[in-house]
Design a protein around this ligand. Structure first.
Ligand SMILES: [Zn+2]
Length: 254
C-alpha cells in the first residue's frame, strides 16, 4: 500500500471526523487568517524610528518548497525576514549530505548572522514549505545596525535561539527514535506554521531528518495507525494533537 495515496484504515475521511482541518478545504471554508499571519514578527517588533531605516529597502519575495534560500560558504547578499511558511536550516556532512539543524518561521530571519559580522553563510537554508519573505540587502542591514539597537538586540536574540535550537536538534537526533522524532517534528512545524496541515513529501522530510524515505514512510504509518495524523500525498495533517504529543519524544520544542 502506498501510504501517500490514501488515508489508511477505514477508507476516505468521513465528513464528521474530528481533524483540525481537512486537507483541501475550499477557500470559503478555510479559517480566517490570524491577525499575526503574513507578517514578520521581527519587523512587527521594531519601533517606528527603526522601521523607517528599512523602508524602501525591503522587497517581498517568495520561495517554493524545496528552493534554496542560502548556500553555505557563499557571501550573504540578502537577509530574509520570514512572513509565511518555514525555512529549514541544514548542516552538511563531509560528503555533502544535509541534515536539519534548525527551523525558522515568521519569528525569525535567514541571514541573521550578519548581525554578528558574518560575511559568508555557514549553513544551507531551504524553503521547508512555500515561503513568503521580505528580503533586505545585507549591506543595508550592516549599515543600519549601529543606529538600530532594537533590531540588533532582536537579531542577536534570534541567533542565540538558533544556536540552542541546533543543540536540541543534535541531541534529539542522537537519542530518540525516528517515530518520536517525526512526531516532535510535526508538532513543531505545525506550531510555527500556526496550521495543523503541513505540505511536504516523504522524500523531503527524509532528507531533512537525514534518514531513508522508507524509514519516514514507516514512521508516518505508525503515527497514522495510532490515529494521530493523516499522511496524504505531499501533506501531513494533525488529526489528534494530544495523541501526537503523547507519541513524540520528550524534547522541548525544537
Ligand atoms: Zn527528541
Amino acid at each position: 500500500m502506498r501510504l501517500n495515496d490514501d488515508v489508511r484504515g477505514d477508507g476516505p475521511v468521513p465528513a464528521a471526523l474530528p481533524v483540525e482541518r481537512l486537507p483541501v478545504a475550499p477557500p470559503a471554508a478555510r479559517r480566517a487568517p490570524a491577525p499575526s499571519e503574513g507578517r514578520s514578527a521581527l519587523l512587527d517588533a521594531l519601533p517606528a524610528s527603526e522601521a523607517a531605516l528599512l523602508r524602501g529597502h525591503l522587497t517581498p519575495a517568495a520561495f517554493p518548497a524545496g528552493a534554496s534560500v542560502q548556500e553555505p560558504g557563499k557571501p550573504v547578499e540578502s537577509c530574509h525576514f520570514v512572513e509565511e511558511g518555514l525555512v529549514a536550516i541544514l548542516a552538511l556532512t563531509g560528503d555533502g549530505k544535509p541534515v536539519q539543524v534548525g527551523m525558522v518561521g515568521r519569528d525569525g530571519m535567514v541571514g541573521a548572522s550578519v548581525a554578528l559580522g558574518a560575511a559568508l553563510a555557514q549553513s544551507r537554508a531551504v524553503a521547508q514549505t512555500a515561503c513568503a519573505v521580505q528580503s533586505l540587502p545585507a549591506a543595508r542591514l550592516r549599515e543600519v545596525l549601529p543606529d538600530a539597537p532594537v533590531l540588533r538586540g532582536l537579531l542577536l536574540a534570534h541567533v542565540r535561539a538558533r544556536l540552542a535550537q541546533s543543540m536540541r536538534f543534535a541531541a534529539c537526533s542522537a537519542r530518540h527514535g525516528l517515530e518520536q522524532r517525526v512526531a516532535r517534528w510535526i508538532l513543531d512545524a505545525s506550531g510555527r506554521l500556526e496550521d495543523p496541515a503541513i505540505g511536504l513529501t516523504h522524500d523531503f522530510l527524509a532528507s531533512l531528518l537525514g534518514v531513508r524515505r522508507a524509514s519516514v514512510t514507516c514512521a508516518l504509518h505508525v503515527l497514522e495507525g495510532d490515529r494521530a495524523i493523516f499522511a496524504r500525498r505531499g501533506q501531513i495533517l494533525i488529526r489528534d494533537r494530544d495523541r501526537l504529543r503523547s507519541l513524540a519524544c520528550s524534547c522541548p520544542d525544537l
